[in-house]
Design a protein around this ligand. Structure first.
Ligand SMILES: N[C@@H](CCC(=O)N[C@@H](CS)C(=O)NCC(=O)O)C(=O)O
Length: 217
């Protein structure tokens, strides 16, 4: 377990951001390997030999390559239990996983570039805005019941790793975030935490300087 893990990541990728936050939260040092989705580097032969799903993130750690952000985060939780991301009580865990899945299965995939590419160029932003708004309409109702200071209760959990970058995507596509008071408030709390802001898109070395202003994700 001594080698520094390598995270295949892209600054814009919300799924990569989840893992960046998990690594920061657990204080695990890692080396980023940048995969530029705009240059289709996720399709490079060498990369798809390791991850045939043509997607990021992937984490090379403990001599294995793990793709899928949830699989990575659960692996980290199981092998590096410091600064836990899952609560103790099964009911709280279920709420955390519910929120993770709402975002990972019900929102993010529908606004992923290959899905947006099914729409004419001028309709893509609107499509992403609709998908995220619809998802947030439901998520707000769920989080309004589970949240304390953070998405589930008063401690940071894996649910927050999913909510934080999804909110950035919402800002990017001009979603009316003021319609979601609980999501807004939780994002504001998370935005005060260094492991989150350090993982944010605008703080990534592969984010071009000219994009590093608000809403340019
Ligand atoms: N379920 C996967 C989704 C991975 C995914 O969709 N990643 C996006 C970036 S957030 C990607 O690589 N998209 C490929 C593309 O845009 O062609 C996960 O949670 O890791």
């Amino acid at each position: 377990m001594s080698e520094i893990p390598i995270l295949y990541t892209y600054f814009r990728s919300t799924c990569s951001a989840r893992v960046r936050i998990a690594l920061n939260w657990k204080q695990i040092e890692y080396t980023p390997f940048f995969i530029n989705l705009l240059k289709n580097e996720q399709n490079d032969k060498e990369y798809i030999a390791k991850n045939p799903n043509h997607s990021i993130p992937m984490l090379s750690i403990d001599n294995i390559d793990i793709a899928e952000s949830t699989a990575i985060i659960e692996y980290l939780e199981e092998t590096r239990p410091q600064n836990p991301l899952l609560p103790k009580l099964p009911a709280d865990r279920a709420n955390v996983r519910r929120i993770m899945n709402m975002i990972a299965c019900g929102i993010q995939p529908l606004q992923n570039p290959p899905q947006l590419a099914l729409f004419p160029l001028e309709k893509r932003a609107e499509r992403a805005r609709t998908v995220i708004s619809n998802g947030f309409d439901s998520l707000e109702k769920v989080v309004a019941k589970t949240a304390g200071k953070y998405s589930v209760g008063d401690s940071v959990t894996a649910a927050d790793l999913y909510l934080y970058p999804m909110y950035h995507a919402a800002q990017r596509y001009d979603v009316e975030t003021k319609n979601y008071p609980t999501i807004n408030r939780v994002f504001g709390e998370l935005n005060k935490l260094e492991p989150f802001t350090k993982a944010a898109w605008y703080n990534q070395p592969d984010c071009p300087e000219k994009l590093k202003t608000k809403n340019q994700l």
